[in-house]
Design a protein around this ligand. Structure first.
Ligand SMILES: Cc1cc2nc3c(=O)[nH]c(=O)nc-3n(C[C@H](O)[C@H](O)[C@H](O)COP(=O)(O)OP(=O)(O)OC[C@H]3O[C@@H](n4cnc5c(N)ncnc54)[C@H](O)[C@@H]3O)c2cc1C
Length: 452
């Protein structure tokens, strides 16, 4: 027997779990169906078989501006597992050890960032003036002038010198958008910059988990849902939705089991959505656009264990190299140790995704030796590579028109996921924002304004 408070949610990543938690909190009886044996989707952890240590499928970075994510983690009781900087501070190392450092100043917004940009270490005075002028304009006008522009074109419009772009904006755009700034739309980058730099708690802009991702949110979400009478079914694939008279009437699992509910949320990646939809259902733009309009952009991560520490800070950007960011896992997890464990990240990694582990390792070691001399004497003990070919959708210019609203033409089916229309690039905050939006729409009886 179903009642109007039964909800089936397909997909157990940030989007599905945040929708489930928000609905369970409101008294709905939710069933989460996740095809993998563990929850978390593209933000998950596993135990490395050699070292026995928990590693993520890639280092994830949070922003203080991730307000919905912060609310979600507070609800499930794990917010204290995220550690935020006291004050925004970004360091990037380039060839010859050249350091670029941007730190917010303890001043009210926007002066904290304006002063920080004007004082950026490693840039010439004229570069700093140009960066500050850009920051000031961003504060005044946001992304109002980004329409139809790539990140590179937007930077040109704002006369950002090549050195500022290479040493500051390009590394940030790659990290935020997971796409080459020459291809990526400027609008979502502007939205993240405005949120990250100018929202109220921006001094402490960057947060990193001091646990693996599963301990950060999947385990606690499952406990939260089950404690409120819901179910979490892992290792169960939703094979399709049955649609009757314009509404979903059940989800058929690959085992043949059928789950009926009043409301359904698809929180699967865009590449998986068409599998769920019966061919006779003309979801029009959704079916067409998800298969044709969006493309994936890969991320490659590498975990390296050394016999000694090789980084002297918790995380650092790398300029002019294929690997882009390095994280000291021991420091992030709050462990002091005589050995070293780092995570390297390569975004927009399309050119490298077919490279072998050995090739990627050689590249990583060469680049580490070049930028961090301490690594040259360190002995490598173990390495692990995680390739995510479909890490995020590519936010190329025009991709936003292919991102559907959370509402669908089927009155009781909603779409969650980082790829739905959220105004943000594919990110944890976008995923959670979409999950909360679905929960609000369901709680509101399925009607509401379009757009997250
Ligand atoms: C390596 C890497 C690094 C990243 N770094 C950052 C970062 O630093 N900061 C940031 O904000 N974002 C980052 N991201 C992006 C972030 O991880 C994603 O935006 C977010 O996790 C997406 O969540 P989601 O719930 O929308 O999708 P997913 O996590 O993909 O969840 C969808 C789930 O649906 C399941 N599923 C699919 N089909 C079915 C089916 N038929 N039946 C049942 N289940 C199904 C999948 O198994 C999956 O678990 C990163 C991503 C990657 C891969």
């Amino acid at each position: 027997m179903t009642n109007d408070r039964d909800v089936v949610i397909i997909g157990g990543g940030f989007a599905g779990l945040s929708a489930a938690v928000a609905l369970a909190e409101r008294g709905y009886r939710v069933t989460v169906v996740e095809k993998r044996s563990r929850l978390g989707g593209r933000a998950t952890s596993h135990v490395d078989a050699t070292t026995g240590e928990v590693v993520d499928n890639g280092q994830h970075v949070f922003l203080r501006a991730y307000q919905q994510t912060i609310r979600f983690l507070a609800t499930i009781g794990t917010l204290d597992r995220l550690v935020f900087q006291d004050r925004l501070s970004l360091e990037l190392v380039g060839p010859g050890g050249a350091l670029t450092r941007l730190s917010a100043w303890p001043l009210p917004a926007p002066l904290h960032v304006a002063a920080g940009l004007l004082a950026t270490r490693g840039l010439s005075f004229s570069d700093r003036l140009a960066a500050m002028a850009f920051g000031w304009r961003l504060w005044r006008r946001g992304g109002a002038d980004t329409e139809g522009l790539t990140v590179d074109q937007w930077m040109e419009r704002h006369a950002q010198p090549a050195s500022v772009r290479e040493r500051l904006w390009r590394p940030l755009a790659l990290a935020v958008l997971n796409e080459d700034p020459a291809l990526a739309a400027a609008a979502p980058f502007a939205n993240v910059l405005v949120d990250a730099l100018f929202t109220r708690a921006a001094w402490s802009a960057i947060g990193l988990p001091r646990t693996g991702l599963s301990a950060l949110y999947t385990d606690a979400s499952q406990a939260f849902i089950e404690h409120r009478g819901g179910r979490v079914l892992t290792g169960q694939t939703a094979a399709g939705l049955t649609v009757t008279r314009g509404r979903v009437s059940e989800v058929v699992l690959s085992t043949g089991e059928r789950l009926g509910a009043s409301w359904y949320v698809s929180a699967v990646p865009y590449i998986n959505l068409p599998e769920l939809l019966p061919s006779e259902v003309q979801l029009g733009h959704i079916a067409f656009l998800t298969s044709q309009g969006l493309a994936s952009s890969p991320i490659i991560s590498m975990y390296l264990w050394f016999d000694r520490p090789v980084l002297d800070r918790p995380f650092v950007g790398m300029i002019g190299t294929a690997w882009q960011w390095a994280f000291d896992r021991r420091a992030l997890l709050g462990r002091s140790s005589s050995d070293g464990h780092i995570a390297l990240v390569m975004s927009a990694a399309g050119h490298f995704i077919t490279r072998s582990t050995d090739e990627l390792l050689d590249l990583a070691l060469a680049e580490l030796h070049q930028l961090f001399p301490a690594s040259r004497d360190a002995r490598l003990l173990h390495r692990a590579v995680v390739k995510e070919p479909h890490a995020t959708f590519s936010p190329r210019l025009g991709s936003d028109t292919h991102r559907p609203d959370q509402r669908t033409p089927l009155g009781n089916l909603f779409l969650a996921g980082d790829w739905t229309r959220t105004g943000l690039p594919a990110s944890i905050e976008g995923a959670v924002r979409s999950g909360y939006r679905c929960a609000e729409l369901i709680a509101g009886g399925g009607v509401g304004q379009r757009g997250a």
